[in-house]
Design a protein around this ligand. Structure first.
Ligand code: ATP
Ligand code: MG
Length: 453
């Protein structure tokens, strides 16, 4: 536990209050993972905390300054949350709460502060997220979170239906934690998820997007997304036609949905690549045609998928940059890389190093998820292409126009007057040397320059 956390908890205890670390950090510490943030809860009200830690500072204005002591900020005192800044790090401390009724399936109409940690744990979403710890009382685990953590189970605290009706975002969170932790979802928690998935219409696109991306980037995304098809179909109805769609050709051993899940699973773990993988074949169902002998084709599906990805991502309020990148990757995922330096140079010029590497990663994951009979050769070809690309990049680092065996004076000796024509000739020769059409030898370069005149 970081020093600062101990300091905050000590200060509260010395003032006669209780304090615990709670939620995600307890879960992560128990499973031996590094917690992302250290949230605390206490029986002290925000106003009692302002007294203990000094008067509130408005968040914003003074951000970025260095404070040697600590400062307290009013993050949401009305709802019980303050932030305490120690040595440039911000920690959230929240007063024990009992949430009132929820009229909109998302926000409690009112919150009441409580003096009991048990009340606070009862309002939390899943048993694995509803544990608290301090040195005095040890682990507080009234809902069996530790056992569920050990067994790998996501289970609602209390009655799942009631908890989803209170806050439908928990449906997305169940899918997300199941993906991040590779946990199964307990049956009642799962059944109620499917039954109330329609309530997700009441949840903002931004919140859905956040949980969806965390699901995609979780190590257990394949199993979680597959189990939670009902939820996926609710937030992205366009995906439903992929479920179970037989591709009717020999390249594929999976239906479109299972293939998609495998690509998501295999692709490098960055949000744009996971998104590109998820949407890369979403346009296949509307593009499917069958030849007379029953062979399936999907002409133009790359473009259809790219358009559909863009429309879904806009709806879910993804930023323009990510949306454009994902669209471009999907649009181009059908490019068959040739194992020549010329093609590699062309691809580098078209996409740039970074984007080309992403496209390579996407295509590798794509062909790895096809029938083993053709996957092996296709993977080998892409790997070979990747090798050629990195050789070129390596060469480019050590070979520039200046390393050419011919220069401007040589060109002038051939009768070209001083001026831009010289640069044009040198550039053209340089491109042909880079394409390995001609060697970097003075005599040959001279001869080629003469031909060009
Ligand atoms: P992460 O590592 O993603 O931050 P986390 O468990 O800390 O995981 P947060 O979204 O930061 O997740 O929430 C902190 C804690 O607050 C959760 O562990 C849970 O106890 C509680 N919580 C958050 N959102 C809800 C919710 N919608 N309903 C009930 N409890 C919630
Ligand atoms: Mg958190």
């Amino acid at each position: 536990m970081p020093d600062a956390v101990g300091k905050i908890m000590n200060a509260l205890e010395e003032s006669g209050h209780e304090a615990f670390i709670v939620g995600g950090c307890v879960r992560d510490a128990l499973r031996g993972a590094e917690p992302a943030d250290w949230d605390m809860c206490t029986d002290a009200t925000p106003w009692e905390m302002f007294d203990i830690f000094g008067k509130p500072e408005k968040t914003g204005g003074k951000n970025g300054e260095y404070y040697s002591g600590w400062r307290i900020f009013d993050t949401g005192a009305k709802h019980g949350t303050v932030s305490i800044l120690i040595n440039d790090k911000l920690f959230e401390v929240t007063t024990y709460r009992i949430d009132g009724k929820y009229a909109d399936n998302r926000h409690p109409d009112s919150v009441r502060f409580s003096r009991s940690i048990e009340d606070d744990l009862a309002r939390r979403d899943f048993t694995v997220n509803a544990m608290a710890y301090n040195e005095k009382r040890g682990l507080i685990d009234i809902f069996g979170g530790r056992e569920d953590l050990r067994a790998g189970i996501i289970r609602c605290v209390g009655n799942p239906a009631e908890r989803y009706l209170e806050d439908a975002l928990r449906i997305m969170r169940a899918m997300r934690f199941s993906a991040q932790l590779s946990f199964t979802i307990e049956k009642n928690t799962y059944d109620a998820m499917n039954k109330y998935a329609y309530l997700l219409h009441n949840i903002s696109e931004e919140r859905i997007r956040e949980e969806f991306v965390k699901t995609l980037t979780g190590i257990g995304s394949l199993q979680s997304l597959d189990r939670c098809r009902k939820v996926v179909g609710e937030i992205i109805p366009e995906a439903v036609l992929m479920f179970g769609l037989d591709q009717k050709n020999d390249y594929h051993c999976y239906d479109v949905w299972q293939h998609t899940l495998h690509v998501v699973h295999y692709v490098m773990n960055t949000a744009p690549l996971k998104l590109a993988a998820f949407f890369h074949d979403i346009g296949k169902p509307p593009c499917m045609t069958l030849t007379e002998d029953g062979w399936g084709h999907f002409y133009g599906h790359e473009h259809m998928s790219a358009e559909m990805a863009e429309s879904v991502m806009k709806r879910l309020k993804f930023d323009n940059k990510t949306t454009a990148l994902v669209k471009e990757l999907i649009w181009n995922h059908g490019i068959v890389f040739q194992q020549t330096a010329k093609h590699a140079r062309h691809m580098l010029a078209k996409f740039g190093e970074e984007k080309l590497n992403m496209l390579i990663e996407l295509e590798l994951a794509d062909v790895s998820s096809q029938a083993p009979s053709c996957a092996e050769e296709r993977v080998a070809n892409i790997e070979k292409f990747r090798g050629i690309v990195s050789d070129i990049l390596e060469q480019q680092k050590c070979f520039s126009m200046r390393d050419m065996a011919i220069d401007g004076i040589d060109i002038m000796e051939l009768g070209v007057p001083q001026g831009p024509e010289i640069g044009r000739i040198l550039k053209a020769l340089f491109a042909r040397v880079m394409d390995e059409e001609i060697p970097n030898e003075k005599d040959i370069l001279r001869r080629e320059a003469e031909k060009m005149l």
